[in-house]
Write a protein that binds this ligand. Structure first.
Ligand code: SME
Length: 153
């Protein structure tokens, strides 16, 4: 998708989320709504979901797409790298990411965005996989960071 078109699409989704999310304070409901909108409105989103941080595990939360790993053990993969580095990680080719955890061999690129609570602690990550190589850029990271901020605001 053209970068400009993609940003417009994200802006429309953010507009919809601004109407929908304030209808509940429940974080799980908000996350489920975010996943449904992103998965069905963005092109090439093959798996879209959250993993919750619980001690030394990341445990799957609301998601759309094929069945995925339920728990990700600490210290391996893109989701844990985002937690440990406390930053968004864009992976253009998952096979080139050391110790990438492949829940589905059809995934070719990935982006993971940390989710922080009111105290600025990481409580979850938003993970999106695509069957298209290099489907995610810095722009996706910036827009998705805006979106996950809406969960706790
Ligand atoms: N690829 C992720 C695991 C989760 S699945 O993509 C849904 C990782 O390396 O952490």
């Amino acid at each position: 998708m053209e970068p400009e078109k993609k940003i417009k699409r994200y802006n429309r989704i953010i507009g919809q989320l601004s109407d929908l999310l304030p209808k509940t304070n429940n974080r799980l409901a908000r996350m489920s709504t975010i996943v449904a909108l992103l998965h069905h409105k963005m092109d090439g989103f093959f798996w879209t979901g959250f993993y919750f941080l619980h001690d030394d595990k990341l445990i799957v939360g609301p998601y759309q797409g094929p069945v995925a790993c339920q728990e990700l053990k600490k210290g391996k993969g893109v989701c844990w790298a985002a937690v440990e580095k406390k930053q968004t990680i864009v992976v253009p080719d998952v096979d080139k990411f050391p110790e990438h955890i492949a829940c589905d061999s059809r995934s070719k690129s990935e982006i993971v965005v940390p989710v922080t609570n009111e105290d600025n602690e990481i409580v979850a990550v938003l993970d999106i996989d695509s069957t298209i190589y290099s489907n995610f850029s810095k722009d996706d990271g910036l827009e998705l960071e805006r979106i996950v901020k809406m969960i706790y605001s």
